[in-house]
Design a protein. Structure first.
Length: 251
């Protein structure tokens, strides 16, 4: 039962073979910011509830943005309106021609699979766009999107030349001390500013930040190293997957 759960959670069955997910492989990479956040939670159950709220928030942003990219006019939930307003403003300043949304891609050469957010031409360049709702853009995101890009390029003649991370967020700023407050987990998180301030919060404001990968070779090499470490760390149950094409390479 546990083995079947792990196999389903961490991989895809494609044409009779099993391939690990990009997101599972990237999960082996250290995340100091997340570890600090987890350590500050009052209990395990409270942490789980917060993570679910944050995940639900991110999914709501993703689903709304993807519908807009497809030319639809979705109903926008009031709680994410500032984020969607910021995204709409970003679209006005960039020409993005969508090719595909939520497409599964596979690297037979390196033995992994994944599903990327969007493929399209951004200001004339074809690439993969990943949508995030985090507080910052981390290196791990480019490791992930570069893995998608390399897998996609194995399967097509018209290659993606780059990849981007589009971070969509919203916050309230204190009019007195400049502190910023985010409320995605049902409980406010306040950054910077003065702890003794009797904060006076402005209306929520959205933010949309785009960043392009700087060095695909570096990030892809890092991904392959992460894959080897992930396989080594999970070698006991991976060795039981008879249809995993990479099972004898590093295990």
């Amino acid at each position: 039962m546990i083995f079947r759960h792990l196999k389903t959670k961490h991989g895809y069955e494609i044409d009779g073979l099993w391939y690990p997910r990009v997101t599972s492989i990237c999960g082996i990479i250290a995340k100091p910011g997340l570890e600090k956040w987890l350590a500050n939670q009052e209990s395990f159950s409270a942490m789980q509830k917060k993570r679910k709220r944050i995940t639900d928030w991110g999914n709501l942003i993703h689903n709304t943005v993807e519908k807009i990219l497809l030319g639809k006019k979705p109903r926008i939930a009031p709680l994410i309106q500032p984020s969607i307003d910021a995204f709409s403003d970003w679209l006005k300043n960039h020409h993005f021609k969508i090719w595909d949304i939520e497409q599964q891609t596979l690297s037979k050469e390196h033995g992994y699979a994944g599903t990327f957010d969007a493929l399209g031409e951004l200001d004339g360049q074809l690439g993969i766009l990943d949508i995030k709702t985090s507080q910052a853009i981390w290196d791990e995101y480019f490791i992930q999107t570069t893995a998608y890009t390399r897998a996609y390029n194995e399967q097509v003649l018209k290659k993606a030349v780059t990849n981007w991370v589009l971070r969509i967020d919203q916050y309230q700023k204190c009019k007195l001390c400049g502190a910023k407050k985010r409320e995605k987990a049902g409980q406010p998180e306040i950054k910077s500013g003065q702890k003794t301030c009797s904060h006076k919060w402005a209306a929520p404001k959205g933010k949309c930040e785009l960043k392009e990968v700087a060095d695909q070779e570096l990030y892809f090499d890092t991904f392959l190293n992460a894959k080897r470490l992930w396989e080594f760390s999970n070698r006991d149950w991976l060795s039981k997957i008879k249809n995993y094409p990479g099972r004898f390479e590093h295990i």
